[in-house]
Design a binder for this molecule. Structure first.
Ligand code: NAD
Length: 480
């Protein structure tokens, strides 16, 4: 379906040392492709190309930058189905659920026309002076993305960096490099000048680490695990203190009060943890239900969760529950499930399907009444696994919900508007949803985590700000 190559200085290339790694279809364990492993010198070459391309690209009329991005958007729309198939055979996302070629296109389209928001300020507040700020690009921006939604992250990070005049080196995830390799081909067709937009494939070591520590990379935007985020931050601090934007993991709570629409809450919370087989940073992996309605809620939740997941070949349009992304993810999820069985009460699922389905499928799994301090209540599982606990008072549930190192997304279901607002204020989270839950997001709201879930915010306008330095200019005026 594809001959994956990297894009360095306008050329689609193999790794310079011919190194490759193998990507397997997680539903069948067949080989899907051999993919170039970017070496240290490939990574350096991509950064050097981006550095060389920067002066001309940043000096262009932004509408000319936007024109390349618009062409890429059109191509992404046209290739949505191919991208869907490539994701299905690399990380198992069902094709029926795939619209991310269109999502990626809309990022390039939107940012292509957003250049007029690149604005400084001016003032006369300093007597005898006029002062102003200029907003200017950093230079080379590195983009490191995860596997759970590659096209989305590829676009949401690189489009704002490009329109603001930066040049870019993107590194895809070793678990899901195929759709990104196709997008690299589309970048060439879209006519970006050589070196402006470089795309590498490979593991964290060496290419990710080289980007994090590279003296010529001035800003780095990362989405992935908190563990890797810390490594990147350390490497950036050790080298040139590049600006680092981090979108990391979560252990997101959904809180259901007794007055809520229980049917709707059960439907939406099960969807949140089932979508992408639980491999969603903002999935509500902890649900807290007020005690007097817990029995009813759990009964509806279990029925809906069990019925919703149709596991099977991700290439089959009837499938909506794919496998975990690879063997590492599968084994990690199964370890958490075994751990969960020791501390909580298993109410649904609890089995891996490797033996019967030959792929890395995990049953939708529910644990009840797990002690708050248990490992599975504290760490991100990243699978279709949810813990449902109960609470009695508002203060109690706020304390439980906030007792985590994460703070990405929280949901509250109640019909009491004052209570909803109190909760919105008290929850330590970058996002609070009322009477809905993830993956629901507002299109012009900032997205990002409190505490260990990240630093910085992304979103239309917010992301452009991430890639612009501010310069203060003061001009003295001669007296008459
Ligand atoms: P990961 O941290 O394992 O890998 C992410 C990327 O980092 C990959 O491209 C990988 O090759 C690279 N990498 C690995 N080691 C590196 C190093 N030492 N230096 C530089 N780069 C390195 O994460 P993942 O398993 O791909 O993705 C899942 C994680 O991403 C979950 O924790 C999930 O919650 C998080 N995530 C967060 C958001 C968000 O917006 N907050 C969105 C999606 C996923």
């Amino acid at each position: 379906m594809i001959h994956p190559r990297m894009l360095i200085n306008g050329e689609l290339v193999e790794a310079s040392d011919k190194g490759t790694f193998t990507v397997y279809n997680p539903a069948t364990r067949d080989v899907s492709a051999h993919v170039p492993e970017a070496s240290v010198s490939d990574t350096n070459a991509a950064v050097a190309a981006a550095k060389a391309a920067f002066p001309a690209w940043s000096a262009l009329d932004p509408t000319a930058r936007g024109a390349c991005m618009k062409k890429l958007a059109t191509l992404l729309h046209q290739h949505n189905e191919q991208l869907a198939r490539l994701e299905a055979i690399s990380m198992g996302l069902p094709v029926a659920k795939y619209f991310y070629g269109h999502t990626a296109a809309s990022y390039f389209d939107t940012y292509a026309e957003a250049w007029h928001h690149i604005q400084g300020q001016a003032s006369v507040n300093t007597p005898k002076h006029i002062t102003m700020t200029l907003r200017q690009p950093f230079g080379v921006v590195a983009v490191i993305i995860p596997w759970n939604n590659p096209a989305h992250f590829f676009a949401s990070k690189s489009a704002p960096a490009l329109i603001t005049g930066n040049t870019v080196v993107v590194k895809s995830s070793e678990k899901a490099p195929l759709a990104v390799a196709l997008i690299a081909e589309l970048v060439v067709k879209a006519g970006f000048p050589p070196g402006v937009f470089n795309v590498l494939s490979g593991h964290g070591m060496p290419s990710g680490q080289v980007l994090s520590g590279h003296m010529d990379v001035r800003a780095l935007t990362f989405t992935g695990s908190s563990r890797t985020g810390k490594l990147i931050q350390e490497e950036a601090a050790r080298t040139n203190l590049k600006k680092v934007i981090l979108e990391l993991g979560g252990k997101s709570p959904a809180i259901v009060f007794g007055d809520a629409d229980l049917d709707k809450a059960a439907e939406q919370t099960q969807h949140s943890i089932q979508a992408n087989s639980g491999q969603l940073c903002m999935a509500n992996s902890r649900i807290y239900v007020q005690k007097h309605v817990a029995e009813k809620f759990v009964e509806v939740f279990l029925r809906k969760f069990a019925a919703a997941a149709r596991a099977g070949d991700p290439l089959d349009k009837a499938t909506n529950h794919g496998p975990q992304a690879d063997e590492v993810q599968y084994k990690s999820v199964m370890r958490y499930i075994e751990e969960g069985k020791k501390t909580g009460t298993l109410a649904l699922g609890g089995e891996g399907k490797l033996d019967t389905m030959n792929g890395f499928f995990v049953e939708p799994t529910v644990f009840l009444n797990t002690p708050e301090g248990a490992k599975i209540m504290k760490e991100e599982v990243f699978g279709p696994v949810v813990n449902i606990n109960t609470f009695e008072t508002e203060d109690e549930v706020v304390a439980k919900a906030n007792d985590t190192e994460y703070g990405l997304y929280a949901a509250v279901y109640t019909k009491d508007i004052s209570r909803a607002m109190r909760m919105a204020r008290k929850l330590e989270s970058g996002y609070v949803a009322v009477n809905c839950t993830s993956p629901n997001t507002g299109r012009d709201l900032p997205f990002g985590g409190w505490k260990g879930s990240g630093q910085g915010r992304e979103g239309i306008l917010y992301s452009m700000n991430n890639f612009l330095e501010t310069k203060s200019v003061i001009i003295q005026i001669d007296e008459d």
